[in-house]
Design a protein around this ligand. Structure first.
Ligand SMILES: [Zn+2]
Length: 281
């Protein structure tokens, strides 16, 4: 008995102080911006007409110690017609941005698609080895009902529909079936905000903090700070969108760790690691 006690005691004394292990590093990567400020009211319902905001286009990298290099969304190629409406500047192709973090396009193992709008899906083919994860209902709507006469295909580009269909037939798409699904250890997706038919957001448990990457399930900070739905066209269900933001608050380590999809403020809130890239921590 004495020996056991002694052994336990010496074990306790020699144990190093437990430090938290960071299993995933999370980065926000800006690949282009709108040249002009826009009205916050264009993005968040009921915002004061005089408030303005800088809008960025972003992908997020989740870099695992397990060798996984996961993107949330793939950005777009700048020859896409839809980009013209946004008068974009300082475009750098998403895969070129990753070089600043020492990653090649071929190093990306997985891409979680929050939703299939052109600015999030069009860059998929830049990453030849990535498995694509999209909600099953979002996929079905994107390739099917959106194009029927009562459908809603706003923000969808036909070339992206063909690309995703081809990737699916090549076995490179996994359809995620519903809410609260763990895709990788510590990485879960959630539905409910209905930015598109069944868009999803991501929770990363890094080991140090719990980060919600909302993508366009929150367009801008104003929505989160004032619990406001997006402006017209930003969701199929405004009540569900607000409820989903409430839920994000229960999932993240704090409101600071809830990251909207298009608000340039993200890039001043977190430490810069390269031009256009911050580490969320
Ligand atoms: Zn977007």
């Amino acid at each position: 008995m004495k020996i056991i006690l002694l052994l336990t005691l010496s074990f306790c004394i020699t144990m190093p102080a437990r430090s938290q292990q960071e299993n995933y590093e999370v980065y926000a990567i800006k690949f282009t911006s709108m040249s002009q400020k826009s009205a916050v009211a264009d993005w968040a319902y009921g915002a004061p007409a005089t408030d303005s905001i800088n809008i960025d286009f972003v992908i997020w990298l989740i870099k695992g110690v397990n060798g996984k290099n996961i993107l949330l969304d793939a950005g777009f190629l700048n020859d896409i017609e839809d980009a013209k409406d946004f008068a974009i500047v300082n475009y750098v192709r998403p895969d070129s941005m990753l070089l600043k973090l020492g990653l090649k396009a071929t190093d990306i193992t997985d891409i979680i698609l929050s939703h299939p709008h052109w600015d999030h899906i069009d860059g998929l083919n830049l990453f030849p080895n990535a498995q694509v994860w999209i909600q099953k209902e979002d996929f079905n709507y994107f390739v099917g009902a959106a194009w029927q006469k009562d459908g809603s295909s706003g923000g969808f580009n036909k070339r992206d529909v063909r690309m995703l269909t081809d990737l699916n037939m090549a076995g490179r798409v996994t359809l995620v079936d519903g809410d609260n699904k763990e895709l990788f250890p510590g990485i879960k997706v959630y539905t409910g905000s209905r930015h598109t038919f069944n868009s999803q957001f991501v929770l990363v448990e890094t080991g140090v903090s719990r980060i919600v990457l909302a993508s366009d399930n929150i367009w801008v900070y104003y929505s989160l700070e004032h619990m406001r739905p997006p402006s017209t066209g930003g969701t199929f269900d405004t009540t569900a969108y607000v409820k989903s933001m409430q839920r994000m608050k229960t999932l993240a380590s704090g409101n600071k760790y809830i990251i909207p999809g298009h608000d340039s403020k993200v890039f001043s809130l977190f430490p810069k690691v390269a031009e256009g890239i911050v580490k969320i921590k």
